[in-house]
Design a protein around this ligand. Structure first.
Ligand code: ZN
Length: 349
């Protein structure tokens, strides 16, 4: 049995220029799209054409005053929005198309046109707040996607998994008091953007529906897979998501210029396998990835390739195949115990 995988790609995503010599460059997608045209990847995917998200869809997460301010940058050659984030003339169009591309990917998976999908879009989204651009992000694609699943598809439980190097502050804040969307993040900590402490678990009705795994630099494949298997998996099987969305950041790659993690392409494949197993157990395999960060062009491209091969079921990567450095596992067991202790009031295990 193999699976059908949809991909969202569009040359307009490369027309958003983040600024001269900016790490979040159009080159990121150019390399991925080229990889998709060549063997062994060519011809294996169902193309899902994107559409611009409507203003109402952006407003599922963002304030209208903020949407207006991004819209006002259209056609202007350069507008700085935060110390790391700027727009060029086509950025508003590209950002609407990024969010809308993910929405179409979700709709295709829910309709059963494809089994799973990967929105290969930019600008990324998980730092964008309701009223602010931040950290290379304009609109919060994954948060808009989750609200779309709730609104349009009447879903009551959506799981967002965020393996980007950085904590997805905007996503966390969007659902901090909401029990319909469970947000699980692994991230380097303390680090940009500063949020994502172990103790941040949600508020009010959302208490327990935010789970943070803050990590010191140096975590590699085996450690990441361990966190997914020992923390995420049991929680997710209890939560029973109707859809899994992934903020897939490739800046945890071992040679990423912005990060300190040690994940290899095989590690990305194995993390994908854990998520496919959860999706198979809970929601007929419905898994939709969206591209976040990743600044080592070749490493990111290789990572995306291995994720897609896993999504197709061409490979079935198990943790046992991963490189696992000899070392002090006791420290790690203690940390996993500490995380379990933290979330035990909400997720007994
Ligand atoms: Zn990142």
């Amino acid at each position: 049995m193999s699976r059908t995988t949809g991909i969202v790609q569009d040359v307009k995503y490369m027309e958003h220029g983040a600024g001269f010599d900016h790490p979040e460059s159009p080159e990121r997608l150019r390399a991925i799209y080229k990889m998709l045209e060549l063997p062994p990847m060519a011809g294996k995917f169902t193309n899902i054409p994107p559409r611009p998200a409507t203003i109402d869809e952006l407003a599922l997460i963002h304030r209208s005053s903020y949407i207006d301010s991004v819209a006002a940058t259209a056609g202007r050659p350069y507008t700085p929005l935060d110390p790391d984030t700027a727009t060029t003339a086509e950025s508003f169009t590209a950002a609407r198309l990024a969010a809308g591309g993910l929405l179409n990917a979700i709709d295709s998976v829910v309709a059963g046109d494809v089994d799973n999908a990967f929105a290969l879009v930019r600008p990324p989204g998980h730092h964008a707040e309701a009223n602010a651009a931040m950290g290379f992000c304009l609109f919060n694609n994954v948060a808009i996607g989750a609200m779309h699943a709730v609104n349009k598809h009447a879903m009551e439980r959506v799981l967002i998994v965020d393996w980007d190097l950085h904590h997805g502050n905007g996503t966390q804040h969007s659902f901090y008091e909401d029990n319909r969307v469970l947000y699980f993040s692994t991230h380097q900590y303390p680090y940009y953007p500063g949020t994502g402490a172990l103790e941040e678990n949600g508020r009010g009705a959302g208490l327990g529906y935010t789970i943070n795994v803050p990590l010191r630099p140096g975590a590699g494949d085996a450690r990441y897979v361990n966190f997914f298997r020992k923390i995420l998996l049991p929680v997710a099987l209890k939560f029973k998501p109707e859809l899994i969305l992934v903020s897939a950041g490739f800046d945890i790659y071992e040679h990423d210029p912005l990060g300190g993690m040690k994940v290899t392409p095989e590690g990305f494949a194995c993390l994908t396998r854990v998520l496919l197993n959860i999706a198979d157990a809970c929601c007929q395999g419905r898994l939709v990835m969206t591209l976040e960060g990743g600044y080592h062009i070749q490493g990111q491209t290789e990572g995306v390739k291995r994720v897609l091969q896993e999504m197709l079921d061409e490979t079935r990567t198990e943790a046992e195949n991963l490189f696992s450095p000899a070392g002090d596992n006791r420290q790690e067991d203690l940390f996993i115990g500490k995380i379990k202790e933290q979330i035990r009031p909400y997720w007994p295990m």
